[in-house]
Design a protein around this ligand. Structure first.
Ligand code: PMP
Length: 305
């Protein structure tokens, strides 16, 4: 996707014109991958733009930084305020937001601990896997790349360098003619997709890999679990193997970018009826209503800009 530029970015405490937000060649994070980031969406609502679960995203950014021993120079509250300031300054009705924290360029070498910089970009980004995917579902492939284990690079952090693992899996899947890769963990259990959590529906019950496993604690995952429980669905958070995906009645992915995207095929096997199933449809519809400010019971998930 070519990124449509907005007017401003927020960098190190102030708004700057988009094109002036640059990093030097010897930026430590660019060489060794120790940076942390978030992906957040603001939705258009009748009351103006609303950021979905902003505080939880900024808390997760703090946790990611804590995991890699990076001292963020701003609190979660300050970064929430910066996000609102940026959306207002850009006059955006809706956007995708990308906060990122990185080490500067004072010293080289793995042991260097440079100045920490923080930036936030906000830009238009439509359905990550395509509008059609949201309606009809995607074709997924189990990756030949194993999900990195938590003892290799912690999986609970959104750590920039860790995404090489996801990019390898994504490229392999796309080159093979699939839309997305689902990765197995070091024990062979289903973990997550390259930038999404995985769910299945079997006999009216919802299954998703447990938080203690090699997955990111997805904020959309959490929202969907809450909606599912409120719908009265039984939910199982536990390990399962790939054939449960093949034999599921429904399968879908959740993520800030991908939202709630049905999976119609895994490893060339049709999942259920090969289209969006009724449980996925209801979860997706409720999720979108919540994000667009149309579900009073989930009103606390929104921060209006
Ligand atoms: N897993 C990975 C590896 C991700 O990068 C993401 C996107 N942040 C997710 C899951 C979904 O998380 P969220 O719903 O918080 O966007």
């Amino acid at each position: 996707m070519a990124i449509p530029k907005a007017e401003n970015m927020w960098v190190d405490g102030r708004l700057v014109p988009w094109d002036t937000a640059q990093v030097p060649l010897l930026t430590h994070t660019m060489h060794y991958g120790v940076g942390v980031f978030e992906g957040i969406r603001a939705y258009e609502t009748a009351r103006g733009p609303a950021v979905f679960r902003l505080r939880e995203h900024m808390r997760r950014l703090e946790e990611s930084a804590h995991i890699v021993l990076m001292q963020l120079p701003y609190t979660a509250d300050q970064l929430c305020a910066a996000t609102v300031e940026l959306i207002r300054a850009n006059g955006q009705k809706r956007c995708y937001l990308r906060p990122v924290a990185w080490y500067g360029d004072e010293a080289m070498g793995l042991g260097a601990v440079n100045t920490v910089h923080v930036g936030i970009a906000a830009f238009e980004w439509g359905a990550y896997l395509g509008e059609e995917a949201l309606r009809s579902g995607i074709r997924a492939k189990i990756s030949s790349f194993q999900r990195r284990s938590a003892n290799a690079i912690p999986t609970k952090g959104k750590i920039t360098g860790a995404y090489v693992n996801s990019v390898l899996a994504k490229r392999e899947a796309k080159l093979g003619g699939y839309d997305e890769a689902i990765m197995l963990d070091e024990n062979g259990f289903v973990s997550e997709a390259t930038g999404e959590n995985v769910f299945i529906v079997k006999d009216g019950e919802l299954w998703t890999p447990k938080l203690g496993g090699a997955i990111l604690a997805g904020i959309t995952r959490d929202a969907v679990l809450r909606i599912a429980r409120d719908m009265g669905l039984s939910v199982h958070e536990r390990d399962f193997t790939r054939e449960l995906l093949y034999c599921a009645d429904e399968c879908f992915l959740t993520g800030t970018a991908a939202e709630v995207t049905p999976v119609r095929e895994v490893d060339d096997r049709r999942v259920g009826e090969g289209r969006m199933g009724p449980v996925t449809r209801e979860l997706q519809a409720t999720f979108f209503r919540a994000a667009r400010g149309q579900e009073p019971r989930y009103a606390s998930w929104l921060t209006y800009a």
